[in-house]
Design a protein around this ligand. Structure first.
Ligand code: HEC
Length: 118
């Protein structure tokens, strides 16, 4: 009986634990982005606070490339995933100098982390 209760409790808690882990792993993936990006202020790159769901090239006070400004993209999960995989392929002419993160699991963790920065 005790085992059944314990099992049920774990089944309920597991999804939350997994989410927390992803965001924590994502924070490590974000380390390479930190050279240019912060939350709450623009740097070499635009402020990424609340970026998931935002329209590309629209953060106030940041001087985007024409390519980014005119991309017409919105950073939903699928679009962000494509972009981070290969920025110059998704937005030709972007001034973001980043070769790309090809590891899907790392990109998923990264998205989980960005979702916590709103
Ligand atoms: C060497 C500096 C640099 C690094 C490293 C870098 N970025 Fe960028 N990022 C930029 C610049 C510059 C822009 C603006 C691009 C433009 O205007 O064409 C940008 C734009 C973006 C945008 C579009 C934001 C918007 O407001 O439309 C996203 C999303 C983004 N970066 C995410 C990331 C993530 C996530 C990482 C790490 C995996 C990363 N960047 C690494 C410099 C960088």
């Amino acid at each position: 009986m005790r085992q059944i209760i314990l099992g049920a409790a774990l089944a309920v808690l597991a999804p939350f634990a997994a989410q927390a882990q992803d965001a924590a792993a994502g924070e490590k993936v974000f380390a390479v982005c930190k050279a240019c990006h912060a939350f709450g202020k623009n740097g070499v790159g635009p402020d990424l606070k609340g970026v998931i769901g935002r329209k590309a090239g629209t953060h106030e006070g940041y001087n985007y490339s024409a390519a980014m400004k005119n991309s017409g993209l919105t950073w939903d999960e699928a679009t962000f995933r494509d972009y981070i995989h290969d920025p110059k392929a998704k937005v030709p002419g972007t001034k973001m100098i980043f070769a790309g993160q090809k590891d899907d699991k790392k990109v998923s963790d990264l998205i989980a982390y960005l979702e916590t920065q709103k």
